[in-house]
Design a protein around this ligand. Structure first.
Ligand code: MF3
Ligand code: CO
Length: 258
């Protein structure tokens, strides 16, 4: 998301976390379905159709469709597009592309949100490294989400891993709290200092979403009002999970354990 959500932080009970997990399982299933379907020559609208079909099969409502006027269930962001690419019947993915897929849904009043980036067919070694570093930076962020830690530990975990691998973190968009709304407090930047920011407590549920570029971190939004691209045209990747901090530690809620 763009900008800060500066309301009070709503900690979730165990039963609320389990409801977000049911929503998150559907998110994982939709993203698995869509990401496995990506092929050279495919139109991004075909991915949108798959996401909608899978949503209705699973009995969930897509969260992005109609949100602030967004016109699709899925975001498909290709190569230099960072986030919020709008599916189109005129846009075709090709061999070597780096495709980020972002999807959220609501079930029983609870939202979940996740994203993955995949290569189309054979992709370049540097593109693959960008995808791998971004995925691992999310794992580092999840591991940093510990009771008595600080929000800055999560942000810093992403930034340190990404920059240590020679890539940049996007500053113009952040992760966010999530639960009864798609975007709740706090904002979760992908940069910041360890040991700074709010204390992490059990019941906190965050959508953590590193957005990483192979070049400069600067982005701009295209004339469609949504598609965020790197200003320098460099490749970007995006991974996201909805994660709860429970008494047992961090729990990824956007997974499908069958
Ligand atoms: N994961 C993205 C975010 O949290 C997806 C939002 S797309 C939108 O910003 F259309 F809902 F804005
Ligand atoms: Co999000």
């Amino acid at each position: 998301m763009r900008g800060a959500a500066a309301a009070a932080i709503e900690l979730k009970s165990r039963s609320e976390i389990e409801a977000i997990r049911r929503s998150g399982r559907a998110v994982a299933r939709v993203l698995a379905k869509v990401s496995k379907a990506v092929r050279p020559g495919m139109k991004t609208w075909e991915l949108e159709t798959l996401a909608r079909e899978e949503s209705s099969r699973l009995g969930v409502k897509p969260a992005f469709l109609g949100y602030l006027g967004y016109s699709a269930a899925l975001c498909v962001s290709i190569n230099q597009e960072v986030v919020h690419g709008i599916p189109s019947p005129r846009r075709v993915v090709k061999e070597g592309d780096v495709v980020s897929l972002d999807y959220g849904c609501v079930l029983e009043g609870f939202f979940a949100d996740a994203a993955v980036t995949v290569g189309v067919g054979r992709i370049g070694a540097e593109a693959q490294r960008l995808i791998d570093v971004t995925r691992v930076s999310l794992e580092k962020a999840v591991a940093a989400m510990k009771a008595d830690g600080r929000l800055g530990d999560v942000s810093s975990a992403v930034q340190r891993y990404v920059e240590g691998n020679g890539f940049s973190v996007v500053r113009d968009f952040s992760g966010h709290g999530i639960g009864r709304a798609l975007h709740e407090s706090p904002s979760v930047p992908n940069f910041g200092g360890a040991g700074t920011g709010m204390r992490l407590q059990p019941g906190l549920v965050l959508a953590i979403e590193p957005m990483v570029t192979a070049g400069s971190e600067k982005t701009e939004v295209l004339a469609d009002g949504w598609t965020a691209v790197t200003k320098d045209g460099s490749l970007a990747a995006h991974f996201e999970h909805t994660v709860a901090l429970s008494e047992r530690g961090p729990e990824v809620l956007t997974e499908d354990h069958g």
